[in-house]
Design a protein around this ligand. Structure first.
Ligand code: NAD
Ligand code: UGA
Length: 332
């Protein structure tokens, strides 16, 4: 199984704040930081004892002396006291997901992705936090012509979610231009997968369908492609973004595993030995046909490149899911 140790973490912040720490990426990041010796203040509005997803995501952090969980909503909590003495703030809290962002939920996206981020930035500035790493998204690029997306490309966000992520990262980068603001690295994550991936995402659903025999709803023809990026690789890039002194600006975190949904389905089928029953559905608004990262900047600035290929990453993801699926008979 891929391990965090595959990326030699040379340094980790002594004291770090992780927002969104009860989420998929935030919980992995918090765990890796604690393992690397950091003291971590995790902030999330999901309570670790009441919310089923938070309970599962935070299980490996429970009882670790280096981890302190604060249940709070960044839209209205007092943020300053949480940031005192922090060497880095990792701002991952937000509402993710492209498809539900159309319609009335947009106000939640705007509130958590933009207004809460503004509160975090103001607090970072008041407290004098030296480095903010913010979770941006490949979705800011929108439709592409088939080539790899470079950070300097003009963004063309194609969904309300993507608009809020672009606003979020640009707000952070604007604060970084002020003489008093934190330095900012905005990581444009490309479709992250692995154990504890959000249940609305494709790889989770494809593996779950293969393990359980339940049908998989396929939006579009399945030829849409993504740069699937394994969670341990994402965590390594995120820690590097806080610890490389010269890092700043937008950086792609992806590359190396570009595949179509049909290819993912084939791998899931071969890993489990079970066919997936597909339910064809129409393509969803705002879903782009292709994401592809140009990883040059991450390589040059962060000395980072993805190490886990899609087959091995999906195997690790599948094994984690299989441990939860009752009556899954075939050995993973
Ligand atoms: P997630 O939903 O699992 O985690 C986000 C966490 O933020 C949740 O636990 C949620 O409770 C918390 N949160 C939301 N609003 C909050 C608020 N106002 N106050 C306190 N906590 C709040 O999502 P994830 O997949 O782990 O994504 C983390 C971040 O990375 C998000 O900002 C997302 O936009 C970004 N991102 C994710 C992916 C991906 O493939 N998962 C790709 C690109 C960008
Ligand atoms: C993912 C995350 O959900 C976003 O939060 C993130 O910002 C984005 O990656 C990113 O890279 O920036 P997405 O690429 O849409 O967004 O990832 P999935 O939700 O896993 O969807 C991938 C593809 O599978 C989409 O074309 C979608 O329509 C399709 N899909 C998804 C299905 O066909 N069926 C499903 O049940 C779910």
């Amino acid at each position: 199984m891929p391990q965090h140790e595959q990326h030699p973490t040379t340094a980790a912040p002594r004291r770090a704040v992780v927002t969104g720490s009860a989420g998929f990426i935030g919980s992995h990041l918090a765990h890796a930081l604690v393992q690397a010796g950091s003291t971590v203040i995790g902030v999330d509005r999901r309570a670790p004892s009441a919310d089923a997803t938070a309970i599962a995501n935070l299980a490996s952090l429970r009882g670790l002396p280096g981890y302190h969980h604060i249940t709070a909503d960044l839209l209205n909590c007092a943020i300053d006291p949480l940031l005192i003495d922090a060497d880095a703030v990792f701002h991952l809290a937000g509402i993710p997901g492209v498809r539900p962002s159309w319609g009335p939920q947009f106000s939640d996206y705007l509130a958590s992705n933009v207004l809460a981020t503004h509160r975090v930035l103001e607090a970072c500035t008041r407290i004098g936090v030296p480095r903010l790493v913010v979770a941006s998204s490949s979705s800011v690029y929108g439709p592409t012509d088939g080539g790899a997306s470079v950070e300097a490309d003009r963004p063309k966000p194609a969904s309300p979610y993507a608009v809020t992520k672009l606003a979020e990262e640009q707000l952070c980068l604007a604060y970084a231009e002020r003489p008093v603001g934190p330095s900012v690295v905005a990581l444009r994550y490309f479709t992250v997968y692995g154990p504890r991936q959000r249940a609305d995402m494709f790889t989770h659903r494809a593996l779950q369908a293969a393990l359980t025999g339940q049908p998989l709803r396929l939006y579009g023809d399945g030829h849409q492609r993504r740069d699937f990026t394994y969670i341990d690789d994402v965590v390594a890039a995120t820690i590097a973004a806080a610890t490389v002194p010269t890092a700043q600006g937008a950086i792609n975190v992806g590359g190396g595993s570009n595949a179509s949904l049909l290819e993912v389905i084939n791998i899931a089928t071969s890993l489990t030995g079970r066919d997936i029953q597909l339910q064809q559905d129409h393509a969803r608004s705002g879903d782009v046909l292709l994401t592809r990262a140009d990883p040059s900047r991450a390589r040059e600035v962060l000395r980072w490149q993805p190490r886990v290929d899609l087959h091995n990453g999906l195997r690790a993801h599948m094994q984690a899911l299989a441990a939860q699926v009752p009556n899954y008979s075939r050995a993973a």
